[in-house]
Design a binder for this molecule. Structure first.
Ligand code: MRU
Length: 329
């Protein structure tokens, strides 16, 4: 399984996902600032993965004492606004350090970061089992996914792609269709890369093709990850997810969200409260470094929110939640 990072010799080495699939380049992070920069620039991305990376970032800052730690924690939390896993993981490390003397900060923070990572891996495995059980026996389903919710987004087998992987192992998957996911091509560059390494039958499409495939009866279900889920199960995920949910509803296709409990934000009642990151216009004006538009105004929201009424079910490591069941207890 490919990992988005590893920790060794006081360094968090982050696989630079911006360079995939062409090159595997590792970024050595020895300071929390290096980790924050990797998160900000999407060298590491995906909600659970940025949470784990930020937890290690806190540990790196903890080596310089409590004052540096608190400043670093804020910088890490502010690196990206939408995925709640980031602030959740940072706060969890800070909480673990509350009564720890200065001399024990680093070791305790490292241990907590490692525990967060292990828990995410276990959550991925559990979601894969629980999610695959929702699909019919004796039939190979074809599923559509968006963005990348696999190993490189989670540090485990993946959320949505963990379910895809399990379906394949169980002989219940005929094919996974992958949206390329403009503007940054996480589907084309990262999901396709992961599916090829796993030899899972996979077909890449551009984002605008999804509706036509549904119309032709080529998609049995849509499955995506999430960056933040409100109490009523409204879910933020990569821009384009909402359009897929609308299309799925209009074609009578189930729409599943797979996400660990670390992606749930108990403080917000609905998706209207989820902050949506807006990114630089250059990501839309260019395609893989080549200009493809004149100097024109650009709107570049990185995420959208799918209302719970469009979601068939949310798969967590604990249980399947149905929006009409009222959300997370
Ligand atoms: O901007 P990104 O690449 O960090 O966006 C990632 C996504 O939207 C993923 O679908 C989401 O984090 C779920 S990852 C298990």
């Amino acid at each position: 399984m490919i990992s988005p990072f590893f920790f060794e010799k006081n360094t968090l080495s982050i696989l630079d996902q911006r360079m995939l699939p062409e090159k595997e380049v590792w970024i050595p992070c020895t300071e929390a600032d290096d980790v924050a920069q990797a998160i900000r620039t999407l060298a590491v991305r995906g909600a659970p993965a940025i949470g784990i990376a930020a937890a290690y970032g806190c540990a790196l800052a903890a080596r310089s004492g409590r004052n540096s730690l608190e400043k670093a924690a804020q910088i890490l939390i502010e690196a990206r606004p939408t995925a709640v896993n980031l602030s959740w993981a940072v706060r969890r490390v800070l909480d673990a350090l509350t009564c720890v003397p200065e001399s024990g900060l680093y070791d305790t923070a490292l241990k907590e970061a490692g525990e967060i990572w292990e828990e995410e891996k276990r959550a991925n495995e559990a979601m894969a089992q629980i999610g695959a059980a929702l699909f019919p026996e004796g039939k190979a389903s074809s599923v559509l996914t968006h963005c990348n919710a696999g190993s490189l987004a989670t540090g485990g087998i993946g959320t949505a792609l963990g379910v895809v992987r399990k379906l394949y192992e169980q002989g219940k998957l005929s094919r996974v269709y992958m949206d390329e996911t403009r503007p940054l091509l996480q589907g084309a560059r990262i999901t396709a890369y992961e599916m090829c390494r796993l030899c899972i039958p996979a077909t890449l499409i551009t984002d605008s093709m999804a509706g036509w495939l549904m119309k032709q009866g080529r998609i049995d279900a849509v499955i995506v990850g999430a960056d933040r889920i409100a109490r009523n199960l409204d879910a933020a995920n990569k821009i384009g997810t909402y359009s897929l949910a609308v299309l799925a509803r209009s074609h009578g296709i189930p729409f599943y969200v797979a996400a660990p409990l670390s992606t749930f934000d108990p403080h917000i009642a609905t998706g209207a409260e989820i902050p949506i990151e807006e990114r630089h216009q250059e990501e839309v004006l260019s395609f893989q470094g080549c200009r493809c538009a004149p100097e024109v105004e650009v709107f570049n929201p990185a995420f959208d929110v799918t209302g719970h009424e469009l979601i068939t079910a949310v798969i967590t490591e604990r249980e399947v939640l149905y929006p009409d069941g009222g959300g997370l207890a």
